[in-house]
Design a protein around this ligand. Structure first.
Ligand SMILES: [Zn+2]
Length: 314
């Protein structure tokens, strides 16, 4: 069953290598092309992420470098990987093709420049998370005090994203930033988060947040990272992961759920789910809890429905 995966960190991983490896089948990439094909992931989102400890000027350079790597290492050598610059392309992918979507995970690289943000959007970025876990000029991340929200510049950023019909990703925001974004953003999604009532971690969504997000038209893509699934991480199974799907399906509806692996951003794994080639193990585990149509929804169709709202307002 074909899968749309809303988050991986392949670009960042390539960008910190002295000599970037081949995307085709290098084993150091959890989400290389061979593994995506083996796991039937036919749309992969690629995040641009810059490290917090870089000097401000270096951050923008790092983002540009990752866009360059996206072109030189992912698109150019692989004509069967299609850069999704318009959402309508999702429905036009051939059986053997992989759609590739550019995203940003934390806008630290723009500093206080809307012009830099526009440049990233013009390069094809379709989904933007405002922060990683720390604060920046725009908002406060999951590790920050929960009462601090969007900054005045952050409001301008959301306005620009709205005007360009860009999806705002709430996965790494702290609570107040989450609520501020929910109020103002036109299109919202959580690209890689689980249920906080089952695993109390600031990266997960409370039941109230999950309901409000879906109430605003948003979807929740669940993440394969063991620390966001279960407190004792010695061994986390796909069945443990299923509890989050069952719970969120019960409170917001299964038709608003999807997948966001976080491959290449994680170094501990659900048992036997250490790279993208194993993706169908998640699909198989879902079979014990959901009917086929719902599983097809979680795998890809829910996101395709979600994107129809985005297309309709563009
Ligand atoms: Zn992340």
């Amino acid at each position: 069953m074909n899968v749309i995966d809303l988050h991986c960190d392949v670009l960042y991983k390539l960008s910190i290598m002295e000599e970037p490896v081949s995307f085709h089948n290098d084993p150091s990439l959890q989400a290389n092309k061979e593994r995506l094909l083996a796991g039937k992931v036919n749309v992969q989102f690629f995040a641009i992420f810059v490290a917090a400890d870089l000097a401000p000027a270096e951050k923008f350079m790092s983002a540009i470098r990752q866009i360059e790597l996206f072109h030189s290492h992912i698109l150019a050598p692989n004509p069967d990987i299609i850069h999704i610059t318009d959402w309508s392309q999702l429905d036009q992918l051939g059986e053997q093709e992989i759609g590739a979507v550019l995203t940003v995970e934390g806008v630290d690289m723009i500093g206080e420049s809307l012009e830099k943000l526009e440049l990233l959007l013009n390069a094809g970025v379709k989904l933007v998370g405002l922060t990683w876990n720390q604060a920046n000029a725009v908002a406060y991340g999951a590790d920050e005090p929960s009462h601090l929200g969007l900054t005045p510049f952050g409001h301008e950023v959301v306005k620009l994203l709205n005007s360009r019909n860009i999806i705002v990703d709430v996965s790494h925001l702290n609570e107040q930033s989450f609520w501020d974004v929910l109020k103002e953003a036109k299109h919202v999604i959580a690209s890689h988060s689980n249920a906080r009532s089952l695993c109390d971690h600031p990266r997960n969504l409370t039941d109230d947040q999950a309901k409000a997000l879906v109430g605003k038209g948003g979807h929740i893509h669940l993440v394969y990272y063991p620390l966001f699934i279960k407190k004792e991480v010695k061994s986390v199974t796909t069945e443990d992961f299923m509890h989050h799907f069952v719970h969120l399906a019960r409170i917001v509806g299964v038709e608003h759920l999807g997948l966001g692996s976080d491959f290449d951003g994680i170094s501990v794994f659900i048992e036997d789910l250490q790279d993208a080639s194993k993706t169908q193990r998640v699909i198989n585990a879902l079979k014990d809890h959901f009917e086929d149509d719902h599983i097809r929804g979680i795998a890809a169709n829910n996101f395709k429905n979600y994107i129809q709202q985005v297309i309709a307002t563009s």
